[in-house]
Design a binder for this molecule. Structure first.
Ligand SMILES: *[C@@H]1O[C@H](CO)[C@@H](O)[C@H](O)[C@H]1NC(C)=O
Length: 255
């Protein structure tokens, strides 16, 4: 009995992990996608890199305690049977290289997409996380936790209010996403753009939010979100939770 207990304890310590839950409260099917930047760290969650989530469904899975550069987002209006199209075009928004399963090296997702991002066990003894609108918006989401840490979200339906020049329309005719001004290439030069914080605008000082077109459209509707490349200056973009609390996280689509 004694040795059995010791063994269980050692096993539990060896597989130290968090529980992540992904819930779809939207009225439509979402195809969640999960990507880990393997250049940053090799540890990956126990969940496949893509799956189908019918309305009202939830899945839980294990994520390594030190998951780094991880992201989860949702895809809309997918049809993976159409092999005439590359994987990233098999969904009306949020599609990735691959198909149902996003490619583990290049399957980061195509804008517009609302993206939840994590670096667990990051700098300063903290888990770092956010809801990013840097690549635009496609589905409302919230990232909650079980230890009382901050809750980033974007609950507003920005597809409904999206400015015409940023709207992405799906095959069904519905608005399936709202691009950032950078991705929509509004100023015609993504390589040197105050909307993209690129070229001569590639520092926080030279890329203030005041010069990013439609920044306040996104940030005022979703003040807890990460709304442009250098949004840390807002103080309400990037969130932390002490790693020692070993938070479990829930990502809810259409919270
Ligand atoms: C949205 O952004 C993507 C990526 O930059 C681009 O390919 C697409 O044309 C854009 N769509 C709209 C409607 O702006």
């Amino acid at each position: 009995m004694k040795s059995q207990l010791a063994y269980s304890f050692a096993l539990a310590a060896g597989v130290s992990a968090r529980t992540f839950t992904v819930t779809n409260k939207c009225s439509y099917t979402v195809w969640p996608a999960l990507f880990t930047d393997l250049n940053v760290a090799k540890n990956v969650p126990s969940q496949p890199t893509g799956w189908e989530a019918a309305p009202g469904t939830s899945v839980s899975f294990q994520v390594p305690d030190d998951w780094k550069a991880g992201r989860i987002w949702g895809r809309r209006e997918c049809d993976f049977t159409d092999n005439t199209k590359p994987g990233y075009l098999q969904c009306a928004s949020g599609g990735c290289n691959g198909g149902l399963l996003c490619d583990t090296a290049t399957g980061t997702g195509v804008p517009p997409a609302t993206v939840a991002e994590w670096t667990l066990a990051g700098d300063g003894g903290a888990d770092w996380y956010d809801v990013s609108l840097v690549d635009g918006f496609n589905i409302p989401m919230a990232v909650t936790n079980n230890v009382g840490c901050p809750v980033p979200d974007c609950k507003a339906d920005l597809d409904a209010t999206c400015p015409t020049e940023l709207k992405k329309i799906g095959p069904s005719g519905a608005v399936v996403g709202c691009n950032s001004s950078c991705n929509a290439n509004l100023d015609g030069n993504q390589a040197n753009s105050p909307n993209c914080c690129s070229g001569s605008f590639n520092t926080p000082a030279t890329c203030p939010s005041s010069r990013v077109a439609f920044y306040s459209f996104f940030k005022s509707a979703c003040p807890n979100s990460y709304a442009y490349a250098y949004d840390e200056s807002s103080g309400t973009a990037l969130w932390t939770c002490p790693t020692a609390k070993k938070a479990d996280f829930t990502l809810t689509f259409c919270p």
